[in-house]
Design a protein around this ligand. Sequence first.
Ligand SMILES: O=P(O)(O)OC[C@H]1O[C@H](OP(=O)(O)OP(=O)(O)O)[C@H](O)[C@@H]1O
Ligand SMILES: Nc1nc2[nH]cnc2c(=O)[nH]1
Length: 176
Amino acid sequence: MLKLHDLEFEPFISNRQIEAAVEEVAQKINEDFSGKCPVFLSVLNGAYPFTAALTQRFKGDCEVEFTKLKSYEGTSSTGKLKNLIGVENLKDKHVIIIEDIVDTGNTFSEIIKILEEKEVASFKIATLFYKPEAYKKEHNLDYVGMEIPNKFIVGYGLDYDGLGRNLPEVYQLKQK
Ligand SMILES: O=P(O)(O)OC[C@H]1O[C@H](OP(=O)(O)OP(=O)(O)O)[C@H](O)[C@@H]1O
Ligand SMILES: Nc1nc2[nH]cnc2c(=O)[nH]1
């Protein structure tokens, strides 16, 4: 059992399972981007462990950039999105957006809108976790580590009001 602030969480996905999912995504990206020099665009804060694990497995030249856009407060999506920072110099680049999780898809679709204005050569999305039951958008997700049920999770980059990002495994909110 894990307690963060006022909430209790229970173990859900082991570090081993996460590593296996990262490996699978990395293999596909290596196949698709062989001989190319993609820009991995990591969406802070949550994507930092996935970004490190994924980019270290990339065989070849690549760039790694970081961007930030906030949409979540507490345990539910607020739907209010802020601006994207750090996306200069992407013109004519092959961009792979790295997310820790795609939930409603609001964050991802906002990023797409902004990238389309940046005249990138192409873009794909790689997300470690995906909640198909919560996803409200049409856009196809290119690389998905793991599909999960529509439950609030923490760990491996994901936080509950600032806590839990450092955990090497993932926990889910405990049912009351
Ligand atoms: O698909 P959505 O419903 O938009 O949710 C996904 C987003 O929520 C989390 O970010 P958050 O805004 O909590 O910021 P953080 O990564 O700094 O915790 C996560 O990292 C995704 O970017
Ligand atoms: N910590 C956390 N952030 C999220 N952002 C979107 N979905 C989630 C989730 O399940 N957990």
